[in-house]
Write a protein that binds this ligand. Sequence first.
Ligand code: AMP
Ligand code: ZN
Ligand code: FE
Ligand code: FE
Length: 272
Amino acid sequence: MIDLHAHTHYSDGACSPEELFELARREGLDAFAVTDHDTLAGYDAMRTPEEPRQPEVIRGIEVTCNLHGRPAHLLGYFLQGEPGQAFRHWLELRHEQRRDRNRRLAHRLQSLGACVELEEVEALGRSMTGRPHFARVLMDKGYVDSYEEAFERYIGEDALAYVPHEAPSLDEGIARVNEAGGVSSLAHPVRLGPAFDGRVLQRLVDAGLRALEVFHSDHSLEQSSRYLEMARRHRLAVTGGSDFHGPIKPRVRLGGQRVGNWVLDELRERFG
Ligand code: AMP
Ligand code: ZN
Ligand code: FE
Ligand code: FE
């Protein structure tokens, strides 16, 4: 069993890379991928005792892109050993855009009477500060009672303080991941809503997309089988994972999607 979608506290997960590794070992996984949002720092920081490692750790990333003005997440796997300085440089530029957005988000919260300072949010964020960290500060300071309420009342896409960050198009994300020697996979397609159909997918395939995340904690069994069929029809490879974050998403367990090893074998066969 494998899990190709998990976050560490280098983005918005709760576990350190070591804790994640230990958890994966206890769950009996054969392999798992570290797919932090917009950063490789969690994977880079991973130190495990012996080589070869068991479970195997795969270098991944989850890049925030946009599709028709809405956030769309793109997974990238097997980014090469030194995955191109160009790719890392690109990530740094993205961090600057994010910091700019976060500054404006903090100001907007302050103008709504929620006293949130950029510095205290960034203190939680390590290499990638995002809205989940804002949600935690809003909770800690008693402005909201839950993580969900923070999004509903303040920072969700339809809420008052929401500020989008300038994310690259999915086409650009796909090109960057592919150029860095990675396998690009469209994450949790269900979150793209009804606008996601065969035509949109074909356009992404033409842009170089290599896989579709078929198995994910937000997908029902019916949705997963529909996405599997779509992947096959468009000759895409398949990926899958839990999208584990730790206690902030308590219903999602590492390894909870029970993704078979065939998924990884097939990725290796197709993309070396
Ligand atoms: P950011 O990239 O900083 O805009 O933050 C995006 C992240 O916030 C996503 O990856 C989700 O983990 C989280 N998020 C976005 N919308 C919601 C929501 N409505 N409820 C809970 N978490 C959300
Ligand atoms: Zn996340
Ligand atoms: Fe995601
Ligand atoms: Fe994720």
